[in-house]
Design a protein around this ligand. Structure first.
Ligand code: SF4
Ligand code: SF4
Length: 66
């Protein structure tokens, strides 16, 4: 399961760039601070590698077992 803390996200797109499976993509959703949030558009392809979680500078992503 991919959980994105919308209020911590700064819209840097590191997670979308580094995901080896291109699970994450930028969305048109904006958080309260005005940053574009990533969305898990291909959740089914997620391997649970946690690279996105480790790379996010804001610790805004949490990968957990469903
Ligand atoms: S856990 Fe790995 S495969 Fe899944 S979204 Fe994050 S970087 Fe991509
Ligand atoms: S790496 Fe973190 S802060 Fe950057 S867009 Fe992804 S979730 Fe947001």
């Amino acid at each position: 399961m991919i959980t994105i803390n919308e209020e911590l996200c700064k819209g840097c797109e590191i997670c979308t760039d580094f995901c080896p499976k291109k699970v994450l993509a930028s969305s048109n959703t904006i958080n309260k601070k005005g940053y574009y949030l990533p969305a898990a558009t291909h959740k089914d392809k997620c391997t649970g590698c946690r690279l996105c979680e480790l790379m996010c500078p804001e610790l805004a992503i949490l990968i957990s077992k469903e």
